[in-house]
Design a protein around this ligand. Structure first.
Ligand SMILES: NC(=O)c1ccc[n+]([C@@H]2O[C@H](COP(=O)([O-])OP(=O)(O)OC[C@H]3O[C@@H](n4cnc5c(N)ncnc54)[C@H](OP(=O)(O)O)[C@@H]3O)[C@@H](O)[C@H]2O)c1
Length: 340
């Protein structure tokens, strides 16, 4: 038995990747519909070897549909997700709108699959921020062994995390550096992104941190453990796809780097690539299109009692968004829908 599935935002980076992953993982689909704004009416999108014609979300009736993946940004989600949920369709949302709502589970299936069971309060499940998702996949197995007290993370986030216009801006600006007359001023970003790095993702908050940094703190607490202290610096870098993170972890108990490496090797969703030699680590270009969260550079931090440093890389459009959302749907099927 399969399910009737809707993908909202099917013409976007995350939506297209969702269609790919649903097909790749052979999610049990009886019927599938691709939705976007009226601008994209009739646009072709791929689902495995099939082509779907995009329909208009505004006029779509969700009655009788089982699962709707939303990847359309918070404003449009605010308008349409309650309509889908009210019609009895379970919403799996990629925007930040519902992530901090106590009545909405925030789920990374390798970390807190049981949270899915709480979906029924609003008929909505939230997908975390891309930087949080890959970080908690690596943190959870270490936390289970040695209790994490504090995390200091610096991110190196690709432009695909901002959306399709940002990908064009990096591409055009890079070309414009070499072709006279084709220079392109920053529009999506506040400063030049080509050959530069920008320590600013999402809006500034009163505390001085950015909303992206705040999200990593709040979401790690909700998904893994409210006792973990997190401080983050989020940076946009001129990479098309793949987020990287340098993470410093302080534990309650001592955890030896070799044991940490073994724990991570066994951990669901993690692939350890950690050779102390040239190229013995993973960089963003190598993680594109992959399902795994890669962990490299695992080493003791000798400046504190129980400290470890790790380097974590993953495809932000996959584990950071589309893959995690599809894994949530798979978890929902196993834990809830199959038992109905
Ligand atoms: N990219 C990431 O790494 C990442 C990670 C986690 C979460 N997210 C979240 O996922 C969502 C989508 O991101 P993205 O990177 O895929 O963005 P994107 O490439 O800019 O695509 C946006 C999609 O939303 C559709 N859309 C926008 N406004 C709409 C409206 N009013 N009605 C119907 N459809 C509308 C667009 O349709 P048209 O083509 O018709 O305009 C397009 O399909 C955002 O909430 C983002 O925060 C992204």
């Amino acid at each position: 038995m399969g399910y009737k599935v809707v993908v909202c935002g099917a013409t976007g980076n995350v939506g297209r990747e969702m269609l790919n992953i649903l097909a790749e993982r052979q999610f049990p689909v009886d019927e599938i519909t691709a939705l976007a704004s009226r601008r994209s009416l009739g646009t072709d999108v791929s689902f495995g070897d099939k082509t779907l014609k995009t329909k208009d979300l505004e006029t779509f009736d969700f009655t009788g549909w089982d699962i709707a993946f939303f990847a359309i940004g918070s404003d449009a989600t605010k308008k349409y997700a309650p309509i889908a949920a009210k019609a009895g369709c379970i919403v799996i949302d990629n925007s930040s709108l519902y992530r901090y709502d106590a009545d909405v589970p925030l789920v990374v299936p390798e970390v807190n699959p049981e949270a899915v069971d709480g979906y029924a309060k609003k008929n909505i499940i939230a997908n975390p921020n891309c930087s949080t998702a890959q970080m908690v996949v690596a943190l959870k197995p270490l936390h289970d062994r040695a209790r994490i007290k504090r995390v200091v993370v610096s991110t190196y986030q690709s432009v695909s995390g901002t959306g399709k216009e940002a990908i064009d801006e990096l591409w055009d600006q890079t070309k414009g550096m070499y072709v006279p007359g084709q220079e392109r001023e920053p529009k999506v970003y506040t400063k030049q992104i080509a050959f530069n790095v920008i320590p600013h993702i999402d809006v500034f908050m009163d505390s001085g941190e950015t909303k992206e940094e705040w999200k990593m703190v709040a979401e790690t607490k909700k998904i893994v453990d409210p006792m973990i202290k997190v401080t983050a610096t989020c940076v946009r870098v001129p990479v098309f796809v793949g987020h990287s993170e340098a993470i410093n972890i302080e534990f309650e108990d001592f955890l030896d780097e070799d044991e940490a490496r073994d724990i991570l090797r066994q951990a669901p969703g993690v692939l350890v690539v950690d050779k102390r030699e040239d190229g013995g680590y993973v960089t963003p270009v190598e993680c594109v299109g992959d399902f795994a969260t890669f962990v490299s550079r695992i080493r003791q931090d000798s400046t504190i009692d129980n400290g470890l440093n790790i380097w974590v890389v993953s495809d932000n459009l996959r584990k950071g968004a589309a893959l995690n959302a599809v894994q949530i749907a798979e978890t929902l099927v196993e834990r809830v829908l199959k038992k109905r």
